[in-house]
Write a protein that binds this ligand. Sequence first.
Ligand SMILES: O=P(O)(O)OP(=O)(O)OP(=O)(O)OC[C@H]1O[C@@H](n2cnc3c(O)ncnc32)[C@H](O)[C@@H]1O
Ligand SMILES: [Mg+2]
Length: 197
Amino acid sequence: MADKQKLLFVTGNKNKLAEMQALLGDHFQLDSISIDLPELQGSSNEIAREKCKKAAEFAKGPVYVEDTGLGFGALNGLPGPYIKWFLESIGLEGLVKMLEGYTDKSAVAYCTIAYTTGPGSEPILFEGSVKGSIVNPMGPRTFGWDPIFKPDRHNDTYATMDPAVKNAISHRSVAVLKLRQYLEKELELRRSLAVME
Ligand SMILES: O=P(O)(O)OP(=O)(O)OP(=O)(O)OC[C@H]1O[C@@H](n2cnc3c(O)ncnc32)[C@H](O)[C@@H]1O
Ligand SMILES: [Mg+2]
């Protein structure tokens, strides 16, 4: 069997890395560099794209990054890409409190993966999102806002469900599947071109 294709993921977040390993490890040899890249302000797409360009300059080769957000329906999608700073400053309880005056508790969890073949190449984006609602914290406080996000059609939060279930339905898994399909097609194309040479 052919060696697994290598893939470099740049992130400062060990929980993201663990999930990526579970989602991609069977198909790719996933390497990682742990740096918390500076992030500009803007849409998740802009943030992921810029983060990816910086990561490629650092790694001097093909690389991917991801940006994850959590947007509240009642707040027109905020905190969105800024969820990390809200979480760090007001915590899970504070996030739940932000929606106290609203009947609309809906939220969207999303992941934007940006992949580039190297410095100077425009990153390609792969997006995944999951609709759900914000609930009082339930489950272990291991990963970010998992305890307050309950995906639609599930009785669990991301934190109370089995990690395998989260990985089967999550915003990250949707984006990862798109990345995987893209890379596998690319690889097939390169192999068929090599055969023709
Ligand atoms: O280095 P990077 O990859 O940017 O890692 P980060 O932790 O800075 O990640 P983001 O900038 O994407 O910020 C997303 C925030 O949401 C959290 N988060 C990311 N994915 C999550 C998930 O699947 N479930 C719960 N929280 C998550 C994460 O801990 C951050 O606080
Ligand atoms: Mg970050």
